[in-house]
Design a protein. Structure first.
Length: 413
């Protein structure tokens, strides 16, 4: 068994927590994911005998997912950095996921977030847990496969429960005599619970795994909130691809597959452009621009930067793209096909309104050429091998998330 602990600025408590875990489970490996602490959390955990991953600040879910990738095969015990008490009953109990139900209530707010989490879990999968937010959990090997990587932030436990139930696993709660530092009814406590609420709402929405193995919320569907039926229709087509797409990539693979969400996009997005503009050039611009941004959406911020450049030329709206760009760059959210296709459609529709007939066909030729290049080789590889493009592409993106080697594990996310 491996014990996973996510910690941020817990220098005063993490040493005692790790020491207690090592006494209770002497054969287990304890991995502490230090989520961008500014104090001595990592050093204190290491001194107490833990293997430490020193990570940039990314939130609880991503920190635990990094620790899980570093752990050897087998069951897991997940717990908070400030917990104390006997976690043995969790490990001894039967079930794929066994969740600690605290015997004694300590502090807390008015229960709004907990009741909201319970209601959302019940709505999604029918389970009605008493402790939906409990971070003390034992996972069997098959629960580990089903639930990792976790949803980001404080929504990770709620989505873990939903994922396990939807896959037919046995999720149960047991009473355990534990203590932890509870948040109070003060400004800091309410701010923490506010973050919890936002995170659990995002965690129960559409998610996708990015190129580094992080599971992120898909927020591109928000483009559909514009009062533009054509853009909303394209976003809906892209969201269907996000939710139900198969392994096919590129026009040729989708056409060979015959029935796929990619074929729906191939036909549906130009059809939306045709209906919206009543022009063949409009259908082609919307379809090709949507595909171009989709091809570019393989690294954080890349598609949105391309959109903002294009929007400057054709007068497309930029406010939402500017708002989403920092979250995309910092790997806190992803556009998904819903977002990249919808932003591409915005470029196409704006081009029809802004460009002359000749300009529209020049743009169509350029986008068609880009599509052909993208079918033959990776546009991302082309950008990364071109110094000027690579410099612009990497602007604003944090350096690669790499863990410092401590103990026997090194994490490179």
């Amino acid at each position: 068994m491996t014990i996973l602990v996510a910690a941020r600025d817990e220098a005063a408590r993490i040493g005692a927590t790790v020491a207690g875990l090592r006494r209770a489970f002497p054969e287990a490996e304890v991995i502490v994911a230090d989520d961008g602490s500014h104090d001595g959390t990592a050093d204190a955990a290491e001194s107490a005998g833990a293997i430490v991953l020193r990570l940039p600040r990314r939130g609880k879910g991503q920190a635990l997912s990094a620790a899980e990738r570093a752990a050897p095969p087998g069951p897991l015990l997940v717990c908070d950095a400030d917990v104390s008490g006997d976690l043995g009953p969790l490990v001894d109990a039967a079930g794929d996921i066994v969740v600690a139900r605290f015997v004694r209530r300590q502090g807390g707010g008015f229960g709004i977030v907990k009741r909201g989490a319970r209601a959302l879990i019940r709505l999604r999968c029918g389970l009605d847990p008493a402790e939906p937010l409990s971070g003390q959990r034992a996972l069997s090997p098959r629960a580990r496969v089903a639930c990792f990587p976790l949803a980001p932030g404080f929504g990770c436990e709620v989505r873990m429960t939903v994922d396990a139930v939807e896959r037919g696993l046995d999720v149960r709660e047991i009473d355990v005599d534990l203590e932890h530092r509870a948040t109070g009814r003060d400004a800091a406590g309410f701010l923490h619970r506010g973050r919890q609420l936002v995170d659990l709402l995002l965690a129960l929405g559409p998610l996708a795994v990015n190129y580094r193995g992080n599971r992120l919320p898909l927020v591109g569907w928000s483009v559909a909130l514009r009062r533009d039926p054509a853009v909303a229709a394209v976003a809906a087509i892209g969201l269907a691809d996000d939710l139900w797409s198969g392994p096919e990539r590129g026009f040729r693979q989708h056409l060979r597959a015959g029935r796929s969400t990619g074929v729906v996009k191939l036909v549906g997005i130009p059809a939306v452009g045709l209906l919206a503009t009543r022009r063949l050039s409009g259908a082609l611009l919307v379809g090709l621009a949507a595909n171009a941004l989709n091809q570019l959406d393989t690294r954080p911020g890349r598609a949105l930067k391309a959109y903002l450049l294009g929007a400057t030329v054709v007068g497309a709206p930029r406010r939402l793209a500017v708002l989403l760009l920092p979250y995309d760059l910092r790997e806190m959210a992803m556009l998904g096909d819903a977002g990249s296709n919808a932003f591409g459609a915005l470029l196409g529709l704006s081009s029809v309104r802004r460009l002359t007939r000749r300009g529209r066909w020049i743009a169509i030729a350029g986008l068609a050429a880009l599509t052909v290049v993208g079918e033959r080789r990776s546009l991302g590889a082309l950008i990364e091998s071109t110094p000027g493009l690579w410099h612009f592409d990497s602007l604003g993106r944090p350096s690669e998330m790499t863990g410092r080697h401590v103990g026997s594990v090194e994490e490179a996310m």
